[in-house]
Ligand binder design. Structure first.
Ligand SMILES: [Zn+2]
Ligand SMILES: [Zn+2]
Length: 397
């Protein structure tokens, strides 16, 4: 039997367990940086496969190596995130979350159970590939500073250093049975902006005696959008959105200050910093020119996620061989953030999408909603595909 057929049959053989693992994780979700039971469960499963997991990386992270023949020749890393979200599940399913107010609403239970399935497949194929597969189960994708950044600080990309990292994420806009890829820029950096525009409040009938922070803040909001329209290279996708603008006065009372909160997203690390510098300068300068002041606070989030072009092309071609060209799609840019981006800033990386949507069965809710769920036929695809992609990446070199 060729390796592809072997993977497909091993994948069929483990789908019941992968599904059971997903249900277990879904019933017992844990918030970011609190994935203690989840990590213990993952480590137990890995030990049952004869692996020697390293636990406690960045708190609750788990790392394990699967060595094939000639293990030093090349290393590929496979990543799954393990954390859930503070959302009350609204689905009436047998595997419904048993933790009030906490739910696997971003599919990280799927990623974790799928990577355990991949581990099971690959441990049975050690004689069939050269090199080493590094399994990375990480905490806290959903919460700054991101489990990925902490695991990298603790050396997850060293000893041995992966030549490439692969990560998969469920996609509620990709039909089940299909996979999506995008080369190059894929997801955005995410920074939070907190502005406090300060003036001098008082009676609305006597604006000449005041320094109106409402008008200042309004000018600043409009001016900051010019950074996008006038300073951004048209080829640099960027989003600047403000969702909070609080001027807590009344009809005839102007407040002392206005608070504004927004998000800055782009796909170019240099432009990200330049944009932030320009925004801060403009906001502070405008407030100053109008007689007030502006505190411009930046809380840095994740970098942008770049899918390494050659790795992504090779991985996409391997996916076509596994699933057929009709089941491999190209993805659009996506201005959301993802902490897998930290790996992509350090080693060649490819983050692809596992289709989980099934319109006929009404499985259409987006991630981060109380009705999010997947068509579990995706669990027949995820583990085998990732095994195949890893082996292809090890043996094509
Ligand atoms: Zn999420
Ligand atoms: Zn996610």
């Amino acid at each position: 039997m060729d390796i592809l057929s072997k993977i497909k049959s091993l994948s069929k053989a483990c789908v019941a367990d992968v599904t059971a693992h997903r249900h277990h994780l879904h019933r017992h979700p844990e918030l970011s940086f609190q994935e203690h039971k989840t990590a213990r469960f993952v480590a137990e499963q890995l030990r049952a496969l004869g692996l020697q997991p390293q636990e406690g990386v960045a708190g609750t992270g788990v790392v394990a190596l699967i060595e094939g023949r000639n293990p030093g020749s090349r290393v590929v890393g496979l990543r799954a995130d393990m954390d859930a979200l503070p959302i009350q599940e609204a689905n009436e399913v047998p595997y419904r979350s048993q933790v009030p107010g906490v739910m696997h609403a971003c599919g990280h239970d799927v990623h974790t159970s799928s990577l355990l399935g991949t581990a099971r497949i690959l441990t049975q194929l050690r004689e069939e590939f050269e090199g080493t597969v590094k399994l990375v189960f990480q905490p806290a994708e959903e919460k700054a500073p991101g489990g990925a950044s902490l695991m990298i600080k603790e050396g997850v990309l060293e000893n041995p250093r992966p030549a490439g990292m692969l990560g998969q994420h469920v996609a509620t806009n990709v039909p089940v049975g299909k996979i999506g890829f995008r080369e190059g820029m894929y997801m955005a950096s995410t920074d939070e902006l907190y502005l406090t525009v300060k003036g001098k409040g008082g009676h609305g009938a006597m604006p000449d005696q005041l320094i109106d922070p409402v008008l200042m803040a309004s000018h600043i909001i409009v001016a900051l959008q010019q950074i996008i329209s006038r300073h951004r290279k048209p080829a640099n996708p960027s989003v600047l959105s403000f969702g909070r603008f609080i001027a807590d006065g009344v009809t005839n009372v102007i407040p002392n200050e206005v608070t504004i909160q927004g998000t800055w997203r782009c796909m170019d690390e240099e432009w990200r910093e330049e944009g932030l510098r320009k925004m801060k300068k403009m906001a502070e300068g405008m407030a100053d020119a109008m007689g007030g002041s502006c505190d411009f606070e930046i809380v840095k989030g994740y970098p942008f996620l770049k899918n390494h072009p050659e790795l992504t092309r090779r991985t996409r071609a391997a996916a076509v061989a596994y699933m057929g060209a009709e089941n491999v799609m190209d993805l659009d840019l996506w201005m959301a953030g993802e902490d897998f981006a930290f790996y992509s800033q350090v080693v060649d990386s490819c983050f692809y999408r596992l289709g989980t949507r099934n319109e006929a069965r009404g499985i259409v809710s987006g991630v981060h909603t109380p009705t999010f769920d997947i068509d579990e036929a995706a669990l027949e695809v995820g583990p085998g595909l990732m095994s195949w992609l890893a082996i292809q990446e090890l043996t094509q070199h």
